[in-house]
Ligand binder design. Structure first.
Ligand SMILES: *[C@@H]1O[C@H](CO)[C@@H](O)[C@H](O)[C@H]1NC(C)=O
Ligand SMILES: *[C@@H]1O[C@H](CO)[C@@H](O)[C@H](O)[C@H]1NC(C)=O
Ligand SMILES: [Ca+2]
Ligand SMILES: [Ca+2]
Length: 341
């Protein structure tokens, strides 16, 4: 990968592309974000859970198939391959209403004994802004192009900020530190699969045509927040105006037109496609991306995305990671049905 591509990746995405390899010695830890100024509470943004929690484990909605406009001719980040806009047809499929949660992943691990890649590697990438000083002091390496990513020993889905942290107080938050392979294995366990990028983007748009966000073109209609993103100055200060400086419990924000929650924001979501920035402008039917590649496509942005660094909480936006990568802002959801050939 060229130096300029690496630089544009770093500059373009505060959400970052933490990948194994490419580390630099002695990175200075940055300032710690202050506590959130909670202007919008969960109550104001969200709604009470309508279903008993066990039912949520497997809750999916039908995403009606048909033709939709994928990508954009007005790319927010041209280098990401958001263009050209093209007419894409997908068959109907079912999609998890929300990101896979810690509780769901725990059920999977309890049932199967599965060990994630981050557990095997012994570390995973954590945004330094959410680490304790004690953990930060012990780290001497970071990602060269994105120094806010620190490889934390012992960080994995059970210990999202490393040893000493746990998920017991956030079982209904999205699971973190799962690689593409981990995500695919979880979905297969439930006879589901990861969505193709086309399916994911069709789902994101919620039936609206050629809009920036799942709910329209305005980021904060009527002054409300519709997704868990970053407010303030990335990476130094997150005001938490949307109610959350880290992940939020799934379904804390309103759903889109298809009944899908947090389809942008909260955590990035893995798709099944290999990454390329070159797309045909021709009409396509149930596209599945390139036959092979180095990176997998992730969609939707995360709680770390701010327009200044990571304008990637749009449906057409995209980014990538190697399939063995894992981080504190990357999760997934599964689909079933549909057509992939
Ligand atoms: C998984 O097993 C642990 C240990 O037995 C238990 O505490 C936990 O509640 C189980 N999780 C789920 C979601 O069933
Ligand atoms: C793509 O499909 C649309 C709608 O069916 C049609 O109007 C257009 O001519 C098609 N374009 C190509 C290049 O086939
Ligand atoms: Ca937020
Ligand atoms: Ca998401």
């Amino acid at each position: 990968q060229s130096e300029s591509a690496a630089a544009s990746k770093a500059a373009g995405c505060g959400c970052g592309n933490p990948e194994r390899a490419a580390v630099v010695e002695n990175a200075e830890p940055g300032p710690v974000p202050a506590e959130p100024a909670v202007k919008y509470s969960r109550g104001a943004n969200g709604r009470a859970l309508l279903y008993p929690l066990p039912y949520l484990y497997f809750m999916m909605v039908l995403v009606p198939g048909g033709a939709f406009l994928m990508g954009t001719d007005d790319p927010g980040i041209p280098a990401d391959g958001e263009s050209p806009q093209r007419l894409v047809y997908v068959d109907s499929f079912y999609m998890d209403t929300h990101e896979v949660t810690n509780r769901q992943f725990q059920m999977f691990v309890n049932a199967t004994g599965y060990v994630t890649e981050a557990e095997k590697f012994g570390d995973s990438f954590v945004f330094e802004g959410i680490l304790s000083d004690k953990v930060k002091k012990e780290i001497t390496q970071a990602v060269a192009a994105a120094p806010w990513w620190l490889p934390v020993k012992g960080a994995n889905w059970k210990h999202p900020e490393g040893l000493g942290s746990s998920i017991t107080d956030r079982l209904d938050h999205p699971v973190l530190h799962v690689s593409w392979t981990d995500a695919r294995t979880y979905c297969s366990w439930l006879d589901k699969r990861l969505p193709t990028e086309a399916e994911w983007e069709c789902a994101c748009r919620g039936g609206l045509k050629d809009r920036l966000y799942p709910w329209g073109n305005k980021l904060n209609p009527k002054g409300k927040h519709y997704a868990n993103l970053w407010q303030g100055d990335f990476p130094n200060y997150n005001t938490g105006e949307d109610g959350f400086v880290k992940t939020s419990p799934v379904m804390s924000f309103p759903p889109n037109g298809f009944g899908l929650y947090d389809i942008v924001g909260n955590v990035w979501e893995w798709t099944s496609d290999w990454w390329t920035v070159h797309h045909s402008a021709e009409n396509q039917s149930n596209p599945t991306g390139p036959q092979s590649g180095n990176d997998k496509v992730k969609k939707g942005g995360s709680y770390m995305c701010h327009k200044s660094y990571c304008y990637r909480y749009r449906c057409a936006a995209r980014s990538q990671n190697t399939p063995d990568s894992s981080a504190s802002n990357l999760g997934f959801r599964c689909v079933s049905g549909g057509t992939v050939t």
